[in-house]
Design a protein around this ligand. Sequence first.
Ligand code: SF4
Ligand code: SF4
Length: 71
Amino acid sequence: MDLREFKGKEVVIKIDYAICGGAGECADVCPSDVFEIIEGKAAATNVDECIECCSCVEVCPVDAILHSSCD
Ligand code: SF4
Ligand code: SF4
């Protein structure tokens, strides 16, 4: 596990860089453009735009995303 933490004012998103494949499913599904793909890994660079819909957690094929508002 290689968790990278993206901490916003109300939300924390952690992404396991050991398993993120970087295909960008999270970026495609996110309605708030929270994610970008940097050097082949997802980065939640706009975490403060998150509306806590949990779609990114659900769509990730390898369960690499841990979200403070989503189980
Ligand atoms: S919970 Fe929803 S709004 Fe927040 S980062 Fe994930 S997909 Fe985007
Ligand atoms: S959906 Fe999961 S594996 Fe795909 S880019 Fe996002 S965090 Fe990485």
